[in-house]
Design a protein. Structure first.
Length: 624
């Protein structure tokens, strides 16, 4: 029977029937099994899948970066218009394509290498810069990663790095390119030049009244005032109320005796550490036995210790380091295990624990007692101020009654003038300014709540609306503006005339002498200017616009009108310096790498599951 069916399936009628059956089954949903990417797969690059969890993490990271630049989190529509989903997909697709290629080449990462990468990752460093397990756990929780996912991601990243380094690690900049770039950056010029100033031209005529009126009319927008509101402000917080308190000497002395034990400062030690290779470990151990000072051993080995600072033992998260450092005498050192090998720990100074004297602790104790009293009273004072405000009492009287500071400012819409109120934070100022500009004269305004359990009241004293200023108000500024324009025009004319005389064959020294100035010979400079900054980049760029004997005029960054003539061109010889050459080679690698990754991704092919993508975005943004 089975043989008969197999024979029928191989015949043309059997193949036709099979095709009809396949189409029919596909119509009932089997196509999802055959062609779809799976409900949890956002995209696939070759054989590598990008699941929704990976996409959401990368998308959220990108949204956070954009939010930091924009100052707010984009909506889903804004994110789409900015191309964020596409950007994230392309980035993940590039990584997936490289991972697939790395797998095809049989690249892998050992557990030892993963452990090393983990401990060297600065994201997981504690206070002393060493690996902190607590920080590791916290960062993973914030990123929504499990340990398995983290190590899987790191393994793929390391494989991609191996692939890229093996392909592009030896990319070199050709000698011709290095020489050309060096010529561009290091060619030098010298030039004769002179500066035309106000004394070298006729003094411009003073503007007439009609000219002043016409100029102000044309530039009225530049001489328009902004609306300004004069306000008186009263701020109430535990800190501002504490400033009104007077604490007696007896109360301070009693509090000192009560809290003296808790005022003790713990012992601290100034600690250095230095990583050692096996040979250095042997040398340090021998030096320790011989009593050689740590400083001598470090100098001999050519090492530079890392300053960890002056720390109490409780401030050190590295238990081995804390135990070693606080078991040493001053000047002593110990050799202990580190992340990548051994390290030497040195204690250069010890500050013993001690209790401050009453005189030393007096101000802090008085401040603490005043703040404690203020916290107990601030609610009552707040209620009393609100009652007085309801009775239309002016802030001047309220401030005097409670001995609080009263602040006055002429505030513009930006609110920068509110800095006169010490308790106001940068986040508070825009809200207070907005409240001030919503207020109406003669009407009571409610308190504005500030950060730190503070409140602020203000009385609107006066409103100065935005208006066009009259000529009498800005006569001096308008006169200066017209005179400056005329002076600059005269200087430009003198520059052009001087350049034409040089073009006609007249020596630059003779041109300068006729204007009553002396030509100067510059030091050598590159197209980026001279080292002493007498020739800035703008002037240098004008000089480099031609070769030897090139001449012209330019206005420097400082506003000087300069006429110049290039006297010598000194070509740079050879290629770039080693560091500059290495930096440029790295840029070349980055460019080649970008083209390579794009080609690998395109060859592998990117398929997107639009349904899964939209579902992922909806989960993240809360969109329906």
């Amino acid at each position: 029977m089975l043989d008969s069916l197999r024979g029928f399936a191989k015949s043309w009628p059997g193949k036709v029937m099979g095709a009809f059956l396949l189409v029919g089954i596909a119509g009932f949903g089997i196509n999802n099994v055959i062609t779809d990417l799976g409900t949890n797969t956002v995209a696939r690059v070759g054989n590598e899948e990008i699941n929704s969890r990976e996409f959401l993490r990368a998308y959220q990271n990108q949204m956070n970066q954009v939010a930091q630049r924009l100052g707010s989190v984009p909506t889903q529509q804004e994110a789409v218009s900015l191309g964020i989903p596409s950007m994230v997909l392309q980035s993940l697709a590039q990584d997936a394509a490289l991972s697939q290629m790395a797998n095809n080449f049989g690249l892998g990462v050992s557990e030892q290498k993963l452990s090393e990468m983990l401990r060297e990752d600065p994201s997981f460093a504690g206070t002393l810069g060493t690996f902190d397990p607590a920080a590791f756990t916290q960062v993973l929780q914030q990123s929504g990663l499990t340990e398995a996912e983290y190590f899987a991601d790191q393994s793929k990243a390391a494989e991609r790095q191996q692939l890229v380094l093996s392909l592009f690690g030896d990319t070199k900049l050709s000698a011709t390119a290095s020489n050309l770039v060096n010529r561009y950056a290091a060619d030098q010029r010298t030039m004769d030049y002179f500066v035309i100033g106000d004394t070298n031209i006729e003094t411009p005529a003073a503007p007439t009244e009609a000219e002043l009126v016409a100029y102000l009319t044309e530039h009225q927008a530049d001489y328009r005032t902004v609306e300004t509101r004069t306000v008186q402000m009263l701020e109430l917080s535990p800190a501002s109320l504490a400033k009104t308190k007077t604490i007696s000497d007896d109360a301070i002395a009693a509090e000192y005796e009560r809290t003296k034990a808790s005022l003790n400062t713990p012992e601290t030690r100034t600690i250095q550490q230095v990583a050692l290779n096996p040979e250095q470990v042997t040398a340090f151990e021998a030096g320790q036995t011989a009593g050689t000072p740590f400083e001598t051993l470090v100098t001999t080995a050519g090492l530079t210790p890392t300053e960890l600072g002056t720390l109490a033992q409780s401030n050190i998260t590295d238990a081995a380091l804390a135990t070693a450092a606080f078991g040493l005498p001053q000047g002593g050192f110990a050799i202990i295990d580190g992340i990548g090998g051994k390290r030497a720990i040195h204690v250069s100074a010890i500050q013993p624990a001690r209790a401050p004297t009453l005189a030393e602790a007096r101000d802090q104790i008085a401040q603490n007692l005043a703040l404690a009293e203020a916290r107990n009273e601030v609610s009552d004072v707040l209620d009393q101020i609100e009652e007085l405000r309801a009775a239309f009492q002016p802030l001047t009287d309220i401030a005097a009654r409670f001995n609080l500071d009263l602040y006055e400012a002429n505030v513009t819409a930006g609110g920068g003038e509110l800095s006169v109120v010490p308790g106001l934070t940068d986040a508070d100022r825009p809200r207070v300014a907005q409240a001030i500009f919503k207020a109406e004269e003669g009407k009571l305004t409610p308190a504005t709540q500030l950060a730190g359990s503070a409140n602020l009241w203000f009385d609107l004293v006066k409103i100065d609306p935005a208006r066009d200023q009259t000529l009498d108000e800005v006569r001096e500024q308008v006169t200066t503006a017209i005179t400056t324009e005329r002076t600059n025009a005269a200087l430009a004319t003198a520059q052009d005339a001087a350049v034409k005389r040089i073009e006609a064959g007249e020596a630059i020294a003779d041109v300068a002498a006729s204007l009553g100035v002396f030509p100067q010979l510059s030091t050598q400079f590159t197209r980026f200017g001279s080292q002493d900054q007498t020739i800035d980049q703008t002037v240098a760029a004008a000089a480099f616009a031609g070769g030897e004997d090139h001449h012209g005029a330019v206005v420097s960054n400082s506003g000087e009108h300069i006429v110049f003539q290039v006297t010598a061109v000194t070509p740079a010889e050879g290629g770039l310096a080693e560091q500059a050459n290495a930096s440029l080679e790295n840029e070349v690698r980055i460019g080649i790498y970008g083209d390579f990754v794009t080609a690998v991704r395109d060859e592998a092919g990117l398929r997107v599951n639009e349904q899964a993508l939209q579902q992922s975005l909806s989960l993240l943004t809360g969109a329906q």
